[in-house]
Every structure is written in C-alpha cells, then in structure tokens.
Design a protein around this ligand. Sequence first.
Ligand code: DX5
Ligand code: ZN
Length: 221
Amino acid sequence: MNKAMLSPSMMCADLTRLESTVAQLEKAGVEYLHVDIMDGEFVPNITLGTDFCRLLRQLTDIPLDIHLMVVNPENKLKWFDIRPGELVSVHCESTADIKGCLDCVHSLGALALAALNPQTPVSVLEGLYDDIDGVLVMSVNPGFAGQRIIPHSFDKVRAVRNELENYGLAGKIIEVDGNISFENAEKMRAAGADIFVGGTSSVFGGDSMADNIARLRAALK
Ligand code: DX5
Ligand code: ZN
C-alpha cells in the first residue's frame, strides 16, 4: 500500500490570503496542492485556471495535482505548463482520446490519472491499466465543494484497488475527491485510497488548518 498523502483542494482555500495559506500548507508538509479546473461545460461551474497554476508555482515547490474537468482536455493540456512530478487527472468521460491525453501528460514528465465520475463504472478502465499511474475516484458529482459523499464510493475504491491488484499493479495510486471528511478519509483509506483531497470537509473546515491536517493524518494512520 502506498503512503497516505494529502492534496488540499485549493478552490476551498481563502484566496484573499493565498500566500499565507500556501505557507501554512508547506509547513504542514502536504504532498500536493489540488487544483480544480472547470470549464462550465463538462461540469456546471467555472473555478481556477492556468494563471492560478502559474501563481501557485511561484509561491511554492509543492507539486500541483491538476484535476481537469473540461471537455476535450487533449486540446488544453498544453495551456498548463505541466511540470515533472505533478499529477494530472483527466476524466474518461471528457474525451474520446483518453489514451492520447494520458500519453501527453507522460510526455511532460508528470503522473497521469484517469478520473471517474460517480456514475462511471470501473470497467471503463479496462485497456487503460498500462497507461495510467493511478485513478481519481470522484466521491461526489464534480463541480462544487460542500456536497455529501455518494455512499457507493467506498465500494468503488475497493473495486478499483482489487482490479489494480489483480493486474499486479498494487503500486498504482488511488486518489479520492469529494467530502473527504476525517471519518470518510479513514474509511477510504481502509478501502485502498492513497491520496486524499481535503476541502471544506476537513483541511479548510472551521478549525485551524494545522489542527485539521494533524487530525486528517491521524485518521489515515
Ligand atoms: C468537488 C471538488 C473537490 C471537493 C472539495 O468537485 O472538486 O475539491 O469536493 O472538498 P469538499 O467536498 O470537502 O468541500
Ligand atoms: Zn477535484
């Protein structure tokens, strides 16, 4: 099993205090910064963009975890100045050329994850296992923070983990995104998840970020 890693969802951060927030996340040792890119077409919301990615790279060396929720991502990957060591998730539902997208991410030196919406069956990954570094399992319908987890998400993560193990790919990553509260994180870890997107349900909830991150780490032990 991979080490449990945190990827705070930057769309949930207080963007009026971005520099201070990033410094606190650095101090807390989070492994990635999750950047939700939405085009208002693939999902009914528009959030962060290419300039925000550039700004984050100026503020910190924490690698970005770019979650593309856009139609035809194959035409837009080049806009993001993707760097080696970053994570890029592309939705299987968003393109007819998922393999091309994954190859493009790899050609830029980054790790490529196939993202699945809640209603998308794990079977869509068949034929892709050799092309991915992991899977992003959406545990809410993508678009908005503050939603409630879709109950079958836990079984779905377990099913993806089982498939990866069946193919001898136990080292591949499973990232989970959506209402990853302290309690849900613990259950997702038991189901086989490795990277946890912390949003309003945990990292950016009411208490201090440092306390929330410590509590989330404790839940993942
Ligand atoms: C959902 C967002 C996520 C996450 C936010 O589309 O992409 O970043 O849900 O965190 P929560 O769900 O905890 O508010
Ligand atoms: Zn996301």
